[in-house]
Every structure is written in structure tokens, then in C-alpha cells.
Design a protein. Structure first.
Ligand SMILES: [Fe+2]
Length: 180
């Protein structure tokens, strides 16, 4: 078994901490745990804001470097054709399909959230699927800096024999896993 238990928080660089903190609070429901100025601690030259969904200190860290001149990010990852490697998207999971569908409806009703894909079922097994992989249902939005965020439910799990099991617990016969 891997010694690492799980992937946990994500630190995202932003052009304006105030704007991003407000957005993650109001749009996605994050809570502000604590916010710190650049150089508040020796050797930390960036603003750091720790945000959480529930009881863990942070799932998201908002990072801003006051010394950096920020330029706009292309709207879509596939339009980012020159430059250093960037992250493509990060994802937040809902506990149930009902929660996921409710959140999508609420975000669309706001009218100010930039949707870039979905809702879509990532499956080549399910007839409703888009031909891709994971069995999760997802939609994709952009945060104020254009960072692409996936919100999903029902990601497949992997049975000991490598067969994928979907969010309803059904084995997806014919699927296989590269490494057990
Ligand atoms: Fe994803």
C-alpha cells in the first residue's frame, strides 16, 4: 500500500486575493480559516489564505505574490499554447449526484458563473457517456483568474481485479486498470 493516504489540498495562484476569496466563499461555499500577508512570516514572500469546506484547516490555499506582474490566462487550457507547464484543472467532489445536480442548478441560476463544459458523464461504458473515462459526472467552471474547476460526483472505484465500479456500485465489465 502507498504510504501516502490521500491527495488533500490544492494551492492556486491568483491575481487578486480579495476577489478570489470572495468568489470561493460565495460561489463554492468555502469558509475562510485564516489569511496572512506577504512576509508576515520570515521567508514567506506571498499572501496566503487558507480556506476550508468543513473541519479540516484547509482544502484550498489562495496564493498571491505582490511582487509579480500577472497576465491573463487563456480561457481554455487548450488555448494555452506557449509558456511554462500549467495545471490543467482541479476538482471538487460532491457527496451525491443529488448534491452535484443541485449545485449545478444553483450556480447556473446565479448567472455570473462561467461554465466551460458539461454536465457530462465521463464513460465509454454507459450509453449516456461521452466516450471518456472515470464514470464520474462533471461540469466545469472558471474561477476569477480562469482556473478551470471540475465539480463532480460518482467517480469509479477500482476492484481488486482491476474492473471499475461506478458510483452506484455497479461493476463496469470490460474495463480494466493498467496497474493493480
Ligand atoms: Fe478531472
Amino acid at each position: 500500500m502507498p504510504l501516502i493516504k490521500r491527495m488533500q489540498h490544492f494551492a492556486v495562484e491568483v491575481a487578486d486575493s480579495d476577489v478570489s476569496i470572495a468568489w470561493y466563499r460565495e460561489v463554492l461555499g468555502f469558509k475562510l480559516t485564516e489569511r496572512h500577508a506577504a512576509f508576515e512570516v520570515d521567508k514567506i514572500p506571498v499572501e496566503l489564505t487558507f480556506m476550508r469546506l468543513n473541519a479540516v484547516h484547509h482544502e484550498l490555499v489562495i496564493v498571491h505574490n505582490p511582487a509579480k506582474k500577472y497576465t491573463p490566462k487563456p480561457a481554455l487550457p487548450e488555448d494555452d499554447l506557449v509558456g511554462p507547464p500549467m495545471f490543467h484543472h482541479f476538482a471538487f467532489e460532491c457527496d451525491s449526484r443529488e448534491d452535484w445536480a443541485q449545485l449545478e442548478a444553483e450556480l447556473r441560476a446565479r448567472g455570473d458563473v462561467r461554465f466551460v463544459r458539461g454536465p457530462v458523464l465521463h464513460s465509454w461504458v454507459n450509453p449516456r457517456g461521452d466516450g471518456s473515462w472515470g464514470e464520474n459526472e462533471a461540469f466545469y467552471i472558471l474561477d476569477p483568474d480562469g482556473h478551470r474547476i471540475e465539480i463532480f460526483c460518482n467517480l469509479a472505484t477500482i476492484d481488486p481485479d482491476g474492473t471499475h465500479r461506478n458510483g452506484e456500485g455497479v461493476r463496469m465489465e470490460g474495463t480494466k486498470t493498467a496497474e493493480l
